[in-house]
Design a protein around this ligand. Structure first.
Ligand SMILES: [Zn+2]
Length: 364
């Protein structure tokens, strides 16, 4: 992840101004796109909201759908995605809308938009979130940092005291702690965040039931003609950091539970975080062995013809809360930023950061 902060933003700006994107589009556009979304909700994020990249408004979603239809895209069901990729480039590109984690706002604020158009959406469910006992640790960390004026945490293996009195300090502290935790074992990351929450007086156990749909809600949603449900592991783990048996269990059991609870087949999977540190060859093989029709990552790319051989590791493009503009989307859909990013990452020293390049994947 991560080329120099601002690289993608600058590239997008330059491409938009010069029209380079549309000139070069035929070489990079691909056969379609799988879009990643998390939250859809009308309220504006507060001052300190480092997770706002994960949230777009219903109005922007509406405009994105309108834009794609006008640009000649077919909006396809997740169940039709594999067939569409196997068919290769047709006359019209496709777009498939996928939502990670299973947030209630997907039903309350996104579904009504899709219903107005009569178009499909897919949600990757995390059973432990549905059961109200999941660890949404990136949101818990935000709440802890919001409450603390000084944050004491281990960063890159050293105990540090970070000032967090001002908005700027809070953002820097969140950024430093989040990416340091993402680099280490996930159990340790979650324990560290739990410790910070305790210190700040915040109880993070309320998050899953406050934000995520329970089984009763999911059962009802699974019967909706426009909605497809997929799986997202049992407890939202970066599978690559887990032992073989546990990584396999997180895939197989989440699929089994969703089928058992909803009574509907579950044939699709999304790797939590979805970056190279969270899902690799072993995990892709597990997804194939589990009999899944498709599995998606957060690797940033449009769908190209060769992805017909990689249905267990499909790339996606994120609709990022910091970039709610159709100009931005128009340039992304040319495919050129991803081609450039791929090149740049070979020679720009990278470190995970909450920058436009990294956040284009919204890897939570
Ligand atoms: Zn997720």
């Amino acid at each position: 992840m991560g080329v120099h902060p601002g690289f993608l933003r600058a590239t997008l700006k330059a491409m938009h101004l010069t029209g380079a994107g549309s000139l070069l589009a035929p070489f990079t556009r691909g056969v379609g796109v799988v879009l990643t979304l998390h939250h859809v909700r009308p309220e504006q994020p507060r001052d300190f909201s480092p997770n706002r990249i994960l949230s777009i408004t219903p109005d922007f979603l509406d405009r994105v759908i309108g834009f794609l239809l006008e640009a000649g895209y077919d909006i396809v069901r997740l169940d039709d995605l594999a067939t569409r990729i196997e068919q290769g480039a047709g006359e019209r590109p496709f777009a498939c809308f996928t939502f990670d984690d299973g947030y209630r706002d997907n039903r309350d604020h996104a579904l009504p938009v899709f219903e107005r158009y009569g178009l499909p959406m897919a949600i990757y469910v995390t059973p432990e979130f549905a059961e109200g006992r999941g660890e949404l640790w990136w949101l818990a960390l935000e709440e802890a940092v919001r409450r603390l004026d000084v944050v004491e945490a281990g960063i890159d293996g050293r105990p540090q005291r970070l000032p967090a009195g001002t908005l700027r300090e809070k953002e820097a502290a969140f950024d430093a702690i989040y990416w340091s935790l993402r680099a280490g074992p996930e159990r340790e990351a979650r324990d560290e965040v739990a410790r910070l929450c305790a210190k700040s007086g915040y109880d993070p156990s309320v998050l899953s039931s406050a934000l995520c749909m329970g089984w009763d809600e999911l059962r009802e949603l699974a019967c909706h003609p426009l909605v497809t449900l997929g799986a997202h592991t049992l407890g939202h783990w970066a599978l690559r950091k887990l032992a073989d048996d546990e990584a396999r269990r997180q895939i197989v059991e989440s699929v089994r539970l969703i089928q058992a609870e909803t009574g509907q087949p579950c044939r699709h999977f999304s790797f939590p975080y979805g970056d190279a540190a969270s899902a690799g060859e072993r995990e892709f093989a597990f997804a194939r062995e589990a009999g899944l029709r498709t599995a998606v990552t957060t690797q940033k790319s449009l769908i190209q013809p060769h992805h017909r051989d990689h249905l267990n590791r499909l790339p996606r493009v994120s609709l990022n809360g910091d970039f709610q503009s159709l100009d931005h989307l128009r340039v992304l859909l040319t495919g050129l930023p991803f081609a450039l990013l791929d090149r740049a990452s070979r020679w720009v020293p990278s470190r995970g950061r909450l920058n436009p390049a990294a956040s284009a994947a919204s890897t939570r």
